[in-house]
Design a protein around this ligand. Structure first.
Ligand code: SAM
Ligand code: SF4
Length: 474
């Protein structure tokens, strides 16, 4: 079904579940130390927090209690995710847009932005460039425009998967695009997408209406809020939610995100796979309203609270943030980052080292190449991972076992992270990164218990080093 004739059928669970007076009332009472510690203890036992419990953490006033939250977030991240960080890159497919979001350079009323959509050949050259740097996971990004129909998006996905380089191809394609109807989600799912990501931007109705004019498609709050429920009903059980921080009070937005996660969990038995929390950035022709600017300290708090509230949901930190800040907040619960990113349409091959504001949706804060980011992660004790095993073995949604099975991380995630890292080191890394990586792999192997799994992993790592064999996973 094309964009023009699409249905306006909402999901079976469609309801505006953001009860503003209730959420505001939760934020009124400052938390007591005793209740905060009980909530932290619940979270450390890996139970998701309710919305009122999350609100309690958000109302903490005492700095020492915040320190306890940070410590718990660090610990929970280590317990649930180990020290892996998954890496991906965005690929902007098109900057055409019929919406008029006041914060975005792609909005239709901005005459100065370059409007462009990648052709199939352009997609191929961008993907070749990304593969030659070592990327294996991409997110395709689109404006909202009749050209970007579900069929068009599905064609782009197939095109990306079809690009082959020596020993390499893209193994997982995620999407960030407009909300679709049921048929549209089924169409993109059939093309083999991983996660479908849609950010509500702000859960606050009045602010939503202020920044998304009503006469635009995105002006319909419920159509967007309900989108990932339709995705679930259409068979996409791997979805990502997000809020654009800086449009409204950050505490309220965290409650919006957690309410959304619970809504999906309750109705579809699966919470979101990821949560994104971009902060507003400078963008061409955009005058930023600073009223709700989120400070670095509050940014750290919101990441830690999200970590504790949704222990099993991946948290994505993007290159909107500057390198040093990314490094500093990573430990509070981030599980995925993008690296070596360019967000100009065609930017991977065309724009050189400088950012070209008229060609991008907003300004990036971290332009370091992938090799440098990987080296830094390893120096800081993380295992950079390109693993895509669960998604390719059908371990998604309700069947996603990463956390449900004791020892899963040690048996599957760490070995897969190490073999994808070894591929990167052998095929793409600079000398310095290679040496840092080989040391890290040796250290990590020493931590794994002896047994058949470890023996098999050591043999696989050898095959990757000495032969052309790639893409070996448990
Ligand atoms: N057009 C689709 C949409 O709006 O959902 C998809 C992609 S949009 C290109 C990706 C996300 O970038 C938006 O959801 C928004 O949260 C974020 N974004 C837009 N303008 C931004 C800005 N100035 N700074 C930071 N993030 C921004
Ligand atoms: Fe279009 Fe998305 Fe930008 Fe809004 S945020 S103007 S929908 S590209």
């Amino acid at each position: 079904m094309s964009h023009v004739t699409r249905s306006h059928r909402l999901s079976q669970s469609a309801v505006d579940f953001i009860d503003e007076p209730y959420l505001f009332s939760l934020l009124e009472q400052p938390a007591q130390a005793g209740e905060v510690r009980d909530i932290i203890a619940k979270s450390l036992s890996k139970e998701p927090l309710t919305v009122p419990e999350t609100a309690k953490l958000l109302t903490i006033q005492q700095p020492d209690l915040w320190e306890e939250v940070f410590d718990a977030a660090r610990r929970l991240k280590r317990d649930v995710y180990g020290n892996r960080i998954v890496l991906f890159a965005p690929l902007y497919i098109g900057s055409e847009c019929t919406n008029d979001c006041v914060y975005c350079a792609f909005r239709r009323s901005n005459p100065n932005v370059v409007r462009r959509t990648l052709s199939p050949d352009d997609i191929e050259s961008q993907v070749c460039h990304l593969l030659d740097r070592g990327h294996k996971r991409l997110i395709l990004v689109f404006g909202e425009h009749p050209r970007y129909s579900p069929e068009f998006i599905a064609d782009c996905v197939r095109r990306v998967y079809a690009v082959k380089r020596p020993r390499a191809n893209i193994r997982r394609v995620n999407i960030n695009a407009a909300p679709l109807d049921h048929e549209g989600f089924a169409t993109v799912k059939a093309a083999g997408i991983g996660t479908y990501q849609i950010f509500q931007e702000t859960y606050h109705h009045e602010t939503y209406a202020k920044v998304h004019p009503r006469n635009t498609r995105k002006g319909d709050y419920l159509w967007r809020l309900d989108a990932l429920s339709r995705a679930m009903e259409a068979g996409c059980d791997d979805v990502g939610i997000g809020a654009l921080f800086g449009l409204f009070d950050w505490r309220f937005e965290v409650l919006g995100l957690v309410s959304h996660a619970w809504h999906l969990q309750r109705h579809y038995n699966v919470g979101p796979h990821t949560i994104s929390f971009p902060r507003l950035r400078r963008a061409a022709g955009v005058t930023l309203d600073e009223t709700y600017r989120v400070s670095d300290e509050d940014f750290k708090r919101l990441i830690a609270v999200l970590r504790l509230s949704v222990p099993y949901t991946g948290l994505i930190l993007t290159a909107r943030e500057p390198a040093e800040l990314r490094r500093a907040v990573m430990e509070f619960g981030v599980s995925q980052i993008d690296a070596g990113s360019r967000i100009e349409v065609g930017g991977y091959t065309e724009v050189g080292d400088a950012q070209v504001l008229e060609r991008e949706q907003f300004e990036l804060g971290d332009l370091r190449p992938l090799d440098e980011v990987i080296r830094q992660l390893m120096t800081d004790g993380y295992i950079p991972s390109f693993c895509t095993a669960c998604y390719r073995l059908g371990r998604t949604g309700e069947h996603f076992m990463e956390y449900a099975i004791p020892g899963f991380i040690q048996r599957f995630c760490t070995p897969n992270a190490l073999s994808t890292l070894m591929e990167y080191l052998v095929d793409y890394a600079s000398r310095e990164t290679y040496e840092t990586g080989v040391r890290l792999i040796e250290n990590e192997l020493a931590k794994l218990p002896d047994g058949p799994r470890k023996t098999a992993l050591i043999e696989r790592l050898r095959r990757i080093r000495e032969t052309e064999e790639r893409d070996l996973y448990f």
